[in-house]
Design a protein around this ligand. Sequence first.
Ligand SMILES: NC(=O)N[C@H](N)C(=O)O
Length: 283
Amino acid sequence: MARNTYYAPTGGLPPQTQLINDRAVFTEAYAIIPKGVMSDIVTSFLPFWDNTRLWVIARPMSGFAETFSHYIMEVSPQGGSDRPELDSGAEGVLFVVEGEMTLTLEGKVHQMQTGGYAFLPPGTNWSLKNNSDAPVRFHWIRKAYEFVDGIEVPEAFVTNENDIAPTPMPDTNDAWATTRFVDSADMRHDMQVNIVTFQPGGVIPFDETHVMEHGLYVLEGKAVYHLNQDWVEVEAGDYMWLRAFCPQACYASGPTRFRYLLYKDINRHMVLNASPAYRGNRK
Ligand SMILES: NC(=O)N[C@H](N)C(=O)O
C-alpha cells in the first residue's frame, strides 16, 4: 500500500548567516511556530526517556484556557521509555511521521510505521522502543482526560491513517476531507486528533469561530490561513496554535495537497468555576 510522506523536523542549527526573517508569532488568539524554529537550540528532554529529544510546541499555560500539550518526539536507535507517561489522568495520541517504533500496549506489541496512530486512554500501561537503526519521529498529543460519572473511559487502539477512509465535507467536490479516528458522537472521547486534507485550491470559505481549541501541525503542502485578523502563509513543518474562538479560514495555495494534524477538545461542559463571577455566586 502507498504510504504518505510527511514533513518531520530533523533539527540542526540555523546558520549564523541567516537573515532574521522568521515568521514566528505569538498573539492572544493564536501562535505560529514555523519549522525553522524547531532547531537543535530549542529541544527538550523528558524523565525516563532514553536517547530521546523533543520539541514542545504547545502546553497548557494559563491554567484553564488551554487544554493540551503537543510534542514532536525524536527517538534515536535503541531509545524509548518504560515509563513514558507520569500522569495517570492523561490521555494521549501518538502519530508517526518518520521511521518505525515498537509500542507495547497492555502487554501487546505493535510495530508502528509512518502514518501509524495510537490512542492511549488515561492509566494505560504502555512502553515504547526504537529497535530500528534510524531515528523515529512522531507527534505526541496529551490532554487531562475529563472523567464523567456514568460514562466509560474509551479503550486504547492502534491503527494507520491509510486504513481509514477520509470523510469529505459535503458540497466541496472532495476538495476538503477529514480523517477521523474516533466518532464525534462517542461521548467517551473528550478530544480528537484528526487529519484534514485539502486538494489544491480547496478552501474553508468562512471564518470558523468556535469553542474548540486547536493545534494544527502541517504535514504536507502549503496554504494561506486567516487567523483572527491576519493572513499568514504556512507550509509543511509549521505549527499553528489557536485559542478557543480564534476565527479561522484558509485556502490551499500550492500545487500539491495541503494536510494537517488537527487537535480539538470536544464533548464536555465548560468549566464554569474558572470564572471569578461564578465563584462569587457560590455559597
Ligand atoms: N481549522 C480547521 O480545520 N477547523 C476544522 N474545520 C474543525 O474545527 O474541525
